[in-house]
Design a protein around this ligand. Structure first.
Ligand SMILES: [Zn+2]
Length: 429
């Protein structure tokens, strides 16, 4: 992925990411720690026992290569294993440790989540190691974790404790952390309504082999103000989707129709949390803006715009409760509450691979429904205004969540055909 943080001070990188992790409910006030090793071999690390919800750059500690500690607090009590990882693996430049609830669920039942649950996760996370229980903060814990990293893993489940991830930089480590917790959540939620199905390695290889940026490049792009406004709108919705837990760093595409069948779309290979206006790719007359790689799903967006004149914006993402349906094949019945049915009507599910260009994909792009689930991959939401499309996504995710949570109470009773007919007459005709 494209990195943007080379020239951001480690202190600032750490405070940004810890606050993101805290706000997304992936660490508690006291738990979790992050570090970065810089090119001098100095390690920047979160302090021990300081509120993760209000950490400032000045709270970050520097442990110099010679062991000198610089800062106002003590370094994290788990500093020994951060140090052990850097010693074991010179390619790792950043480490995240936390106790996010779904991965802790796996850790306490002593299982490793299978990342073949969604397309890109295996590629992002790599194989997952497993470190046996040891006393927190001990050199012993450092040793068992470093042993796992020595085997080549970059992601580890810590028995009865949590998880630890390494990366070539903090963005890379965060992407891995977020994708692994996402897999864990999807498997957990899916298991409440059915049996999760996993992709084969061959299916994932097929996904990864899809060509990106296959559209020809245009010579000179023009950027009138309405075009720039749409870029801003897309960036804001992507940011909001990430904040609301509806999109993760490594997956998700948003586009808006511009003129006729021309549109603006998010790029491939750039962390969704950090998207800027100039990352957005203009697609005009079937050509892409020079030097940029649009999302691999750009052709789906193009076909949807070509064939569905009423669609003016598209969001393609992975959100955990919708994906619980996407990985189990359970039918998502949106006849839950009137709002859900009015906005979404009935949601179809497509087989994995139907979203590959080489396959016959007319189901995907003809008579495009408001919401469509692609097995083990994503959900596609279409609408007129982008904010409205985002709202449909939220409504769909909430409906899915209500069904998953309600399942432990009893069987869902949908509104009946007559009630649906009344809704159709009043709201849709
Ligand atoms: Zn811990």
């Amino acid at each position: 992925m494209k990195r943007k943080n080379k020239l951001i001070h480690p202190r600032d990188q750490i405070t940004t990411i810890i606050s993101r992790i805290y706000k997304r409910g992936m660490t508690t006030t006291s738990g979790g720690n992050i570090s970065i090793i810089d090119d001098n071999g100095d390690i920047w690390v979160t302090p021990s026992a300081i509120d993760k919800g209000s950490l400032r750059a000045s709270d970050i500690i520097c442990v110099k290569k010679d062991g000198t500690i610089i800062g106002d607090h003590k370094p994290s009590s788990e500093f020994p294993f951060h140090k052990a990882i850097y010693e074991a693996r010179p390619d790792i430049k950043s480490v995240i440790h936390a106790h996010p609830p779904a991965l802790v669920s796996f850790s306490i039942v002593r299982q490793i989540p299978n990342t073949n649950i969604i397309s890109q996760a295996k590629h992002i996370c790599g194989p997952i190691g497993y470190a046996e229980y040891r006393l927190p903060g001990s050199e012993d814990l450092g040793e068992v974790i470093a042993d796992e990293f020595k085997k080549g893993f970059k992601a580890i489940i810590m028995e009865n404790h949590g998880t630890v991830l390494g990366g070539s930089d903090l963005t890379d480590a965060f992407e891995r952390f977020e994708a692994l917790e996402f897999c864990a959540r999807t498997i957990l939620y899916g298991s409440q309504i059915g049996t999760p199905r996993y992709l084969t390695d061959a299916q994932i290889d097929d996904f990864e082999a899809q060509a990106t940026g296959v559209l020809p490049e245009m010579k000179d792009a023009e950027y009138p103000s309405d075009e720039v406004e749409k870029r801003l709108e897309i960036c804001q919705i992507v940011q909001r989707s990430c904040q609301q837990g509806l999109m993760i760093s490594s997956y998700g595409t948003v586009s808006m129709r511009w003129n006729d069948n021309d549109f603006l779309i998010t790029p491939t290979g750039i962390n969704r949390w950090d998207l800027d206006l100039d990352d957005i790719v203009q697609i005009k007359d079937g050509k892409r803006e020079a030097g940029k790689k649009p999302s691999r799903a750009a052709w789906i967006h193009q076909e949807i715009y070509n064939r569905n004149p009423e669609v003016n914006s598209i969001i393609m993402t992975q959100s955990p409760y919708l994906m619980a349906f996407g990985v189990t094949g359970s039918y998502l019945n949106v006849r839950t509450i009137p709002e859900s049915w009015i906005f979404l009507q009935d949601i179809k599910t497509l087989k994995y691979g139907a979203h590959f260009r080489k396959n016959n994909n007319s189901d995907l792009v003809d008579n495009c429904a408001t919401a469509l689930i692609i097995e083990n991959d994503s959900v596609i939401i279409t609408g007129d205004k982008l904010l409205q499309t985002f709202d449909y996504l939220e409504v769909a995710e909430f409906s899915a969540k209500s069904i998953v949570l309600g399942n432990s109470l009893g069987e869902m009773v949908p509104i009946n055909d007559n009630q649906v007919e009344d809704l159709r007459k009043k709201f849709l005709s």
